[in-house]
Design a protein. Structure first.
Length: 104
């Protein structure tokens, strides 16, 4: 019984840690909101031009922004994230190899 209890405690603590990390990333993104045509890469932390990104990177950004969207509670923040996601999906859908819903 004790082993199961501590396994559950460990699992909940890991989930909490992941949620805090994701909220911090969302906060950083919103504080340093990139202007139109740009996105801040979550791995390199550099500002990148959306049109110059690979389709795989754009799909990663869409997934990241989906995560941010469901983490934040403010309507204004949700709108900012959604607008950036639409911008990236528009670029992705304009490419032959990069439909936004395509998984490779």
């Amino acid at each position: 019984m004790r082993k199961e209890y501590w396994a559950n405690v460990e699992k909940s603590q890991k989930a909490l840690k992941k949620n805090v990390k994701n909220l911090q990333q969302a906060g950083e993104f919103l504080r340093e909101m990139p202007e139109e045509g740009y996105m801040r890469d979550n791995i390199s932390k550099k500002l990148v031009v959306i049109k110059e990104c690979k389709s795989s990177s754009l799909r990663r950004y869409v997934k990241l922004l989906d995560n941010f969207y469901f983490l934040v509670t403010s309507t204004d923040e949700k709108e900012k994230i959604l607008n950036k996601k639409i911008e990236i999906e528009t670029e992705l859908n304009s490419r032959d190899d990069g439909l936004a819903n395509e998984k490779k």
